[in-house]
Design a protein around this ligand. Structure first.
Ligand code: ADP
Ligand code: ADP
Length: 224
């Protein structure tokens, strides 16, 4: 069963703008896929459908489960979205509290909760900072903590929105190393073509609300 199966997804904003015009995309377990495309192509709108923030017409299935009002909660656990700005995800007094928030909300209790927090922080190389305030971390560290908050819910599909944006070179490389070390199915929206090439064997190109190319990232970038 596919990690993600999207068929004929269409969406219009209330003002009539057609943002998605029939997206088809299937992602197999373990794949890392870059989502490329110009500004206004529909990438953000697409991501907002994967965790049910926006609801268009068409079909979305995550690891065999169809998105519907009755499955929305479980779909949100299965699809972990890491937003571009960590401020959208970090709001607790300590790093550990932030990482515990998601799984606690999905009903994970101690002692497993503490184990989830420890292993998520270890996966992003932030174990030493568990008791610090997220406000006092560097941007690169904050982005890795935001990633840990999502990993702690053990998602089947990790969705990253511009993970490398505005990171200095060292932080950019540290995040790439972390992402490469994760054994997760990944969808990464990015304008950073070297990052896409380094991290994602496959890429899809979205334009005007449809997938206009899909294949090995190297081939897509060669044609661009
Ligand atoms: P991308 O993330 O690829 O830059 P978006 O998904 O943000 O693209 O936008 C897709 C299209 O939808 C664009 O034409 C954009 O202007 C339009 N759009 C995005 N958000 C809204 C909104 N809140 N209301 C109306 N139109 C929107
Ligand atoms: P991204 O950086 O992911 O491409 P955008 O710049 O497309 O995001 O959009 C940033 C914000 O502006 C989003 O909240 C989006 O919904 C909103 N937005 C984009 N285009 C429009 C539009 N035509 N009308 C209203 N809101 C829009």
């Amino acid at each position: 069963v596919s990690a993600l199966d999207v068929r004929g997804l269409e969406y219009r904003y209330p003002d009539g703008t057609c943002a998605l015009d029939g997206i088809d995309l299937r992602v197999e377990p373990g794949e890392r896929v870059a989502v490329l495309g110009p500004n206004g192509a529909g990438k953000t709108t697409f991501v907002l459908h994967l965790n049910g923030v926006l609801t268009g017409t068409g079909h979305i299935e995550v690891s065999g489960l169809s998105l519907s009002p009755g499955t929305l909660r479980e779909i949100r656990r299965r699809v972990g979205v890491v937003f571009q700005d960590p401020d959208d995800q970090l709001f607790m007094p300590t790093v550990a509290d932030d990482v515990a928030f998601g799984p606690a909300n999905f009903g994970v209790a101690e002692p497993e909760l503490g184990e989830r927090v420890r292993s998520a922080l270890a996966a992003v190389g932030m174990s030493a900072h568990a008791d610090r305030s997220p406000m006092h971390l560097s941007e690169g560290q904050r982005r890795r903590v935001a990633l840990a908050t999502v990993l702690a819910s053990d998602p089947e599909l990790l969705v990253l929105d511009e993970p490398s944006a505005n990171l200095e070179p060292v932080a950019r490389r540290e995040l790439a190393d972390v992402l490469l070390s994760l054994d997760r199915t990944m969808l990464m929206v990015t304008h950073d073509l070297p990052y896409a090439l380094q991290l994602c064997p496959r890429a899809v190109l979205i334009d005007n609300g449809v997938v206009v190319a899909d294949g090995p990232t190297r081939d897509l970038l060669a044609d661009a």
